[in-house]
Design a binder for this molecule. Structure first.
Ligand code: 5GP
Ligand code: MN
Length: 338
């Protein structure tokens, strides 16, 4: 962001405003952490702010400070539409294109509010007046910290803001292990702990609150794991019947894809999950090194994301989707084995 843009945003935020903050559909730790952190910051600066999520999110995020104030667009559509129409500012966080919020995207596009994007995904669309986009950032939460810092307000970061930001940095960096984790990321984490983020408690709330059924589902996923060693690829499938058998709840499969990537010599991992209700196969892709799952997902599975983490979907059956995946892999033999 330029200094001129920062000055303009400072001027905008110097007078109380109606502000809506929006994460992407099926929000994860970074999406909810960043939106709720910004919510606490804006409330403390006398704005009438609200987080409006396109839909619900997993229970393991439902302890975040401010969680009880979040509106869900799919269950309160009329009220949300009015609020979007009346908003002065709309912040869109942790996504790069309005289709990532589903139907809510049309209302955001129509709203006359000034739009501000804070995001770290590749190839951002051009819908916002102010764009703070940086694909090198570990997380949108790290960017919200830097955004508050750019506004000269880092001394105003409270324990609630710190807790939300810590959560998203932790989840998007795989607990500070992905290459996007820099010394500045650790510096920020240190600051967040200093002002009251309880790191051990946050790790516990996110990672040590599994249900028995979720662990059984993980067992099923791992027994379905297939490896294609000559292409350094591993993939997992989960059918709707398997999800039902283990009483699947939103968020239960979060992180499963990483098990494929934990195999020695594997640099590309995928998970294919059947969503019979929507008639789609939801796909998560992960890689190590230069192989871009963002490009792969854009090319074959109507998705996108980052170089090493992306998502997409398929309208084919689960079996047909796997056949398609296996048939296109050899096109990338050079990238996968070089
Ligand atoms: P996940 O596999 O955890 O759902 O998503 C991995 C990354 O890709 C996240 O940053 C997520 O926001 C992004 N992503 C997931 N699904 C999609 C999709 O359908 N389209 C795009 N453009 N990005 C996605
Ligand atoms: Mn993110």
């Amino acid at each position: 962001m330029t200094t001129a843009e920062i000055n303009q945003i400072q001027a905008l935020l110097s007078i109380p405003k109606q502000i809506i903050i929006v994460p992407h559909k099926n929000p994860d730790g970074d999406a909810m952490g960043s939106t709720l952190a910004l919510y606490h910051y804006l409330k403390a600066n006398n704005h009438n702010a609200l987080v409006m999520s396109p839909n619900d999110y997993p229970d393991f995020l439902k302890w975040l400070p401010g969680d009880d104030t979040v509106l869900k667009y799919d269950s309160e559509t009329e009220r949300c539409n009015t609020l979007l129409q009346d908003a002065d500012l709309i912040f869109t966080l942790d996504f790069n294109a309005l289709h990532r919020v589903g139907h809510m995207g049309d209302m955001i596009a129509k709203s006359e509010a000034i739009k501000l994007m804070i995001d770290h995904h590749q190839q951002p669309d051009d819908y916002a007046t102010y764009v703070f986009s940086d694909v090198t950032m570990s997380s949108t939460c790290e960017m919200v910290y830097r955004f508050i810092e750019m506004l000269g307000d880092d001394s105003k970061i409270t324990a609630d803001i710190a807790t939300c930001l810590y959560t998203g940095i932790m989840t998007d960096t795989g607990s500070f292990r992905f290459p996007s984790t820099t010394s500045k990321t650790h510096y920020i984490i240190g600051k967040l702990i200093e002002v009251g983020a309880n790191n051990a408690q946050i790790h516990n709330n996110i990672y040590d609150t599994n249900s028995y059924e979720k662990l059984q589902l993980l067992g099923c996923a791992l027994s379905n794991l297939k490896v294609i060693p000559e292409l350094r690829t591993a993939y997992i499938t989960l059918s709707q019947d398997e999800l039902n058998q283990f009483d699947f709840k939103k968020g239960d499969t979060e992180g499963f894809v990483n098990y494929g990537l934990s195999l020695n010599n594997i640099i590309f991992a995928a998970i294919f999950i059947e969503h019979r209700q929507d008639n789609i196969i939801k796909i998560s892709l992960r890689s190590k090194g230069n192989f871009s799952v963002n490009e792969f997902s854009r090319q074959y599975f109507e998705g996108g994301g980052h170089t090493n983490a992306a998502g997409g979907k398929s309208d084919l059956s689960l079996n047909e989707t796997i056949e398609k995946f296996i048939s296109i892999l050899p096109n990338h033999k050079n990238e996968l084995t070089s």
